[in-house]
Design a protein around this ligand. Structure first.
Ligand code: NAP
Length: 245
């Protein structure tokens, strides 16, 4: 994208993959809206990193599962920067359990954040985003791998992939592309927390490049889709996983 400074909103960008995407898009020239739920300090650090590098950013607290909070976040973005050109739906949680052992909270929480949260921001973007923009949704390669115990999580991501294709069509006439990036195992809190070292090593070796993904690897894939070279890619799911599947 070129012309006057454009604005990107990255949900869940206080930590992990979202923080890497946000700092990368700032280097690519976007104004940034950093979104978080609990980690105000971490979000402020991402803002400071972007400002130190000469960019512009604001931090906005909003739980993506709350439609009113998402509306207020878009209001704040428009007030600060005039409008939104890029939305990256990155906020997400992962809880693992065989379905037989899953309680209602396990099901409801992941659907509320990963699926309803994405619906909330996509609806807002469909109504308010500037023409010529880009939307990138974070899926997961586990939607294709279908590992045991990932059922609810993978189902939310499968739904996000379906939504990606449908919204791409609904944006006809507005020059807004909608794609998904589906990472494999990536070294963040979401992936590492609670996993024994042996399992982490096994998953790191499950792709032919024999390592975990880094948040930067995923930010590179997102930056391709939001940048000048990605403009003809629309309605697609890009798996960024070193060849795991
Ligand atoms: P992470 O390190 O746990 O970071 C999650 C981010 O999302 C944090 O900034 C967190 O904010 C934010 N967040 C969580 N719930 C939120 C909510 N309700 N509203 C707004 N923000 C919320 O996770 P990650 O590994 O970077 O994952 C990022 C995305 O990549 C997720 O969609 C995940 O499913 C996907 N993904 C990750 C992997 C992997 O191996 N890491 C693989 C495939 C897909 P706070 O700091 O305020 O809590």
């Amino acid at each position: 994208m070129s012309g006057p400074t454009k604005t990107a909103l990255v949900t869940g960008s206080s930590r992990g993959i979202g923080a890497a995407i946000a700092t990368r898009l700032a280097l690519d020239g976007f104004n940034l809206v950093i979104n978080y739920t609990g980690s105000a300090e971490a979000a402020a650090k991402v803002v400071a990193t972007i400002e130190t590098a000469g960019g512009r950013a604001i931090a906005v607290q909003a739980d993506v599962s709350d439609p009113a909070a998402v509306g207020a976040m878009f209001d704040a973005a428009e007030a600060a920067f005039g409008g939104i050109d890029v939305l990256v739906n990155n906020a997400g949680i992962m809880q693992l359990s065989p379905l037989a052992a899953a309680d209602d909270a396990h099901i409801d929480r992941q659907i509320a954040i990963n699926l309803k949260g994405t619906l909330n921001t996509l609806r807002e973007a469909a109504r308010r985003m500037r023409d010529g923009g880009r939307i990138v949704n974070l899926s997961s390669s586990v939607a294709a791998l279908k590992f045991e115990s990932y059922g609810v999580y993978a189902a939310t991501k499968g739904a996000v992939e379906v939504l990606t294709g449908i919204l791409a069509k609904e944006m006809r006439g507005r020059a807004i592309t909608v794609n998904a990036v589906a990472p494999g195992p990536t070294g963040t809190d979401l992936f590492l927390e609670g996993k024994p070292e042996a399992l982490i090593e096994k998953l790191a070796g499950a792709n032919p490049l024999e390592r975990l993904g880094t948040p930067g690897d995923i930010a590179n894939a997102v930056a391709f889709l939001t940048g000048p070279d990605g403009g003809w890619i629309n309605g697609q799911v890009l798996r960024a996983n070193g060849g795991m599947i």
